[in-house]
Design a protein around this ligand. Structure first.
Ligand code: GLY
Length: 373
């Protein structure tokens, strides 16, 4: 059932291994990268309790020793204080230039540990072992690393590609339903941005995937990673096509800011609501068929996911305030909002040519819908 996806980036190329029970095989898979049989693992306290011993055993069976640092779980960890703690810990563990750092966890740990590896002794190699669905299909692949600043998310960081990614699909069974579905929001995004057949496959297989069917999970993670790998190989540092991966993100960032980056809205949930709105906007601009946004929403609903603004608990600001929050997004170029819109399912494109009134009117209607529900 194991799959392997190659990310082709010249001398920075690497493989993403996908399948069940990869943690027990971590040692044999990581060993070829190591000049000495020792790795430093950065994880969080929740993931450590669930998976650190399995990783220790997996490494141990190939004679690899491991030291570990478990940071607090949660987005607040992607900060200077925890970053400093991680870097100083790596130095105190005497991690050398040729050693390998391992990130065991979700997006927060992968981003922070990857950034620590990027700056430690001017750059050491690292291996991603993503434990959330979101990290397996998105953040562990492509080399974006970093932490948040008081001014905004992911504003401090570096492109630093991992040397190997081990996406163990067995660990997904320890995720709660909400976190799983938030990650699934990113899986659906790949179908919507570039592969209608994959979206159709998800419409048919999403329920099996969510209820634990392993071969469906492996297939979905593999297709998502393949699509991400292709895009990253074409445009590693987001000068063009890589921005397609931000489908739904301009709306999402405004909603995340409006909800205080809190539990009211997880990132993957905001992305799903965001691309539903992006399809609505595309339909209103006459770019795609009227049926497309309904089809997107129907699938999200069928999966029990948050689909529109009415699904976000608590108050939201008005449309003008949401548009103002979008304008603070780091993807704004020369003051122009950049959107990923679609000519149909699987046909996304990047544009700065979007009338602000059209965006405000989509949000106004979505907010009105919310009040009438
Ligand atoms: N998560 C978007 C990207 O990696 O470009």
């Amino acid at each position: 059932m194991h799959q392997s996806v190659h990310v082709e980036l010249g001398e920075r190329s690497y493989d993403v291994e996908i399948g069940p029970d990869l943690l027990p095989q971590a040692g044999v898979r990581i060993a070829p990268l190591l000049p000495r049989p020792r790795v430093a693992v950065i994880t969080d306290e929740t993931v450590a309790a669930l998976h650190l011993e399995a990783l220790r055993d997996g490494l141990g069976s190939a004679g690899i020793e491991m030291t570990s640092l478990a940071l607090p779980a949660g987005e607040a960890t992607k900060s200077w204080p925890q970053f400093e703690r991680a870097v100083e810990w790596l130095l105190s563990e005497k991690v050398e230039r040729r050693d390998v750092v391992v990130a065991l966890g979700g997006g927060v740990i992968g981003d922070l540990a990857g950034f620590a590896a990027a700056v430690l002794r001017r750059g050491v190699r690292f291996v991603q072992i993503p434990t959330s669905l979101l990290a397996q299909v998105d953040s562990s692949v492509g080399g974006k690393t970093g932490i948040n600043a008081p001014q905004g998310k992911n504003l401090i960081g570096a492109f630093h590609q991992p040397s190997l990614v081990l996406a163990d699909t067995s660990v997904l069974s320890t995720l709660n339903a909400r976190d799983f579905l938030a990650g699934y929001g990113e899986v659906v995004k790949y179908g919507l941005l570039g592969d209608e057949d994959f979206f159709e496959w998800l419409e048919a297989n999403g329920p099996a995937l969510s209820s634990g069917n392993m071969s469906a999970r492996v297939q979905a993670v593999t297709r998502s990673v393949q699509m991400k790998a292709d895009i990253v190989a074409r445009d590693e540092t987001e000068q063009g096509d890589r921005a397609l991966l931000n489908l739904g993100h301009t709306f999402c960032h405004a909603l995340e800011a409006a909800t205080g980056y809190s539990d009211r809205l997880l990132h993957g949930e905001g992305v799903a609501i965001g691309y539903a709105l992006a399809f609505e906007l595309s339909a209103r601009l006459g770019l795609c068929a009227q049926e497309d946004p309904s089809r997107v929403r129907a699938h999200l609903r069928a999966m029990g996911m948050k689909t529109d603004l009415a699904d976000i608990p608590g108050d939201l600001p008005d449309a003008a305030a949401l548009v103002a929050l979008m304008a603070q997004d780091k993807k704004v170029v020369d003051g122009q909002l950049r959107f990923i819109l679609a000519r149909g399912i699987g046909e996304a494109f990047v544009t700065s040519d979007v009338p602000q009134e059209a965006v405000a009117s989509v949000l106004q209607d979505a907010l009105a819908n919310r009040r009438s529900n």
